[in-house]
Design a protein around this ligand. Structure first.
Ligand code: ADP
Length: 477
C-alpha cells in the first residue's frame, strides 16, 4: 500500500507509516499515512516562514484562482472524497458527501473573498491628514484540527488563512489523515508556491506540541478538546501570539409545550444523534416542559427505534459507528455513569453487532436526568442525550444557561415571545429556533462563548478578524 507522505516545503517526504482504520470495519485499512517527527514539524514551520514574504504580497487573482480551482476539484470529486470521509470517520455516506460539498463551498467563498479584500479611508480629526485602515496577513498560521469533521474544519481554517495571505503548517487529527492529505494534495496541485501550505501528520503530543512551542508561529487556530485548547492558550500567551479555540459543547435544546411536536422530534433526533452525536454542536441536553414531556419522549423513542445503525457506507444507514475504541469506551462509561446517577435509560445504549466488525452503538436516550448530573455537565461526544424535565420557560432558560459551555442552543416553540426572549438571553454563540443545534451554514460566523470558544469567530467574512492584523495609517499630503 502506497504511503501518503507529509508535504514540507513543497516536497512529499516520508516517515513511519500509521494505518488509517475504518471504524465501520476494523479489518479495512483505508490507507497508510506518514507519522511526522518533531524535526518534520520544525522543517515545515521554517518552510512556511520562508514562504511568507512572497505569499503575503501575492496577487489577489493568484489566490483567487488557487482557491477556486481547489473548490472545483473538491466538488467534482465529492462522491469519492465523501466516501473516503465516511470510511475513515464513520459518518454516513450522505453526511460524508454533504460535508465534502461544504468544504468546496468554503473554498469557493474564500476564493471570492480574495477578490473583495478592502479597507477603509476616512479623514483624520487633524485637517490635511488622511487615514487608511487596512488588514495585513499575520504570518505563519498553525492549524490543528480534530477528527469529527475531517474535511470541513481543515477547509474552514486553511481557506481563510491562504486567502488573507498567510502561510500554513497544518496538523490534522491522527484518526483522519485521509481527507486532510487529499485537500493538501489538491491545493498543492492547484498551484500553491512551495512552502505556503505544509502538512505534518502525526501525534498531537509530538508534532502538535512543536507547533505550540515554536516562536515562529504568528497564530494558532485550534479545534478539539478543552484540555488541549488550554495548552494552546498557555503556549500562545507565552509566545505572545494570536490564538483561536473551538472546544466542547453541552448544547441545550429547549422544547416548550406549544412546540410543533413532529418538528421538535426531528430537530432533537437530528441534533442529538446524527453524525453519531460526534459534533461539538450536538444537543446533549433536551430540556422539555411538563405538558409535552411524555408525548415528546414517546415520539423520540419511536423515531430512534426506526433508525438503522450500520456500516457508514451502506445504503440505508442513518447512523454510522462511533469513531474508535477509546471513544466507544467513553460513551459506554457515561451511559453507565448516567444510570448510576439515577437517570433512566429509556432507549438504546447497547453495542450492536453488524456484518462488519465496527464500533456500533445504539443511540442512548436518558429521561429523569437533572442538570447537575455528570451526563448533563460533561461533554460525552457520542450518540447519548438526556431529557431534563422542567416546569416552564423560565426554568428551561435558566437550565439551558446553567453550564460552563456556550456553543449552540436551540428552542422549539411556536411562541414568538419565547423565541425572541430566548434569542436575546441564552448564553451561546449560535441560537437555533425550531432548527437542530447542529448543522450550520458556511458563509456566516461560527463559534461560541464561555468554555466553548476563545477568540474571534470562524467562517464567513468574520474569519478575517483572526487571520489578519489591522493597520491604521495616517498620511499628511
Ligand atoms: P479529541 O478528543 O477531539 O481528539 P484533542 O484535543 O485530543 O481532541 O485533539 C484535537 C487535535 O489536537 C488533534 O489534532 C490532536 O492531535 C491535537 N493535539 C493533541 N495534543 C496536542 C498537543 N499537546 N499539542 C498540540 N496539539 C495536540
Amino acid at each position: 500500500m502506497a504511503l501518503h507522505q507529509n508535504l514540507i516545503a513543497g516536497e512529499w517526504v516520508g516517515g513511519d507509516a500509521i494505518a488509517n482504520i475504518n471504524p465501520s470495519d476494523t479489518n479495512d485499512v483505508v490507507g497508510e499515512y506518514a507519522r511526522g517527527s518533531a524535526q518534520d514539524m520544525q522543517d515545515a514551520i521554517a518552510a512556511a516562514k520562508a514562504a511568507f514574504p512572497a505569499w503575503s504580497r501575492s496577487g489577489i487573482l493568484e489566490r483567487h484562482a488557487i482557491l477556486k480551482k481547489t473548490a472545483d476539484e473538491i466538488l467534482a470529486r465529492k462522491d469519492e472524497l465523501g466516501a473516503l470521509l465516511s470510511r475513515e470517520e464513520g459518518k454516513t455516506l450522505a453526511e460524508g458527501i454533504g460535508e465534502t460539498i461544504r468544504a468546496a463551498q468554503i473554498f469557493d467563498f474564500f476564493a471570492g473573498e480574495a477578490l473583495r479584500l478592502a479597507g477603509e479611508t476616512l479623514p483624520s480629526v487633524r485637517p490635511g491628514i488622511g487615514i487608511e485602515i487596512t488588514r495585513d496577513p499575520l504570518g505563519v498560521i498553525g492549524i490543528i484540527t480534530p477528527w469529527n469533521f475531517p474535511i470541513a474544519i481543515p477547509a474552514w481554517k486553511i481557506a481563510p488563512a491562504l486567502c488573507y495571505g498567510n502561510t500554513v503548517v497544518f496538523k490534522p487529527a491522527e484518526l483522519v489523515p485521509g481527507c486532510a492529505w487529499a485537500i493538501v494534495d489538491i491545493l498543492n496541485r492547484a498551484g500553491l508556491p512551495k512552502g505556503v501550505l505544509n502538512l505534518v501528520m502525526g501525534k498531537g503530543s509530538v508534532v502538535g506540541q512543536v507547533m505550540l512551542d515554536s516562536p515562529l508561529l504568528s497564530g494558532i487556530t485550534f479545534t478539539g478538546s478543552t484540555g488541549t485548547g488550554k495548552r494552546v492558550a498557555l503556549a500562545s500567551v507565552e509566545h505572545n501570539r494570536k490564538y483561536q479555540l473551538e472546544m466542547g459543547g453541552k448544547n441545550p435544546m429547549v422544547v416548550l409545550d406549544d412546540a410543533d411536536l413532529a418538528n421538535a422530534v426531528e430537530a432533537c433526533v437530528n441534533g442529538s444523534f446524527f453524525s453519531t452525536g460526534q459534533r461539538c454542536t450536538a444537543s446533549s441536553r433536551l430540556i422539555v416542559t411538563e405538558g409535552i414531556h411524555d408525548r415528546f419522549v414517546a415520539a423520540v423513542t419511536e423515531r430512534l427505534n426506526g433508525l438503522v445503525i450500520d456500516n457508514a457506507l451502506k445504503a440505508g444507514t442513518h447512523i454510522g459507528p462511533v469513531v474508535d475504541a477509546s471513544q466507544m469506551k467513553q460513551d459506554e462509561d457515561y451511559i453507565e455513569i448516567g444510570q448510576k446517577e439515577g437517570a433512566k435509560l429509556v432507549s438504546g445504549g447497547e453495542r450492536l453487532n453488524r456484518e462488519t466488525p465496527g464500533f456500533y452503538l445504539k443511540p442512548a436516550l436518558f429521561t429523569e436526568a437533572t442538570n447537575q448530573m455528570r451526563i448533563s455537565r460533561e461533554e460525552i461526544f457520542g450518540p447519548v442525550a438526556s431529557v431534563i424535565r422542567v416546569k416552564d420557560y423560565d426554568e428551561a432558560l435558566a437550565t439551558a444557561n446553567d453550564t460552563t459551555f456556550g456553543l449552540s442552543a436551540g428552542i422549539c416553540t411556536t411562541s414568538l415571545k419565547h423565541a425572541t426572549h430566548f434569542k436575546r438571553n441564552v448564553e451561546a454563540g449560535m441560537v437555533m429556533v425550531n432548527v437542530a443545534t447542529a448543522g450550520v451554514d458556511f458563509h456566516v460566523p461560527f463559534g461560541g462563548r464561555k468554555g466553548s470558544s476563545f477568540g474571534s469567530r470562524e467562517q464567513g467574512k468574520y474569519a478575517a478578524e483572526f487571520y489578519t492584523s489591522v493597520k491604521t495609517s495616517y498620511t499628511l499630503a
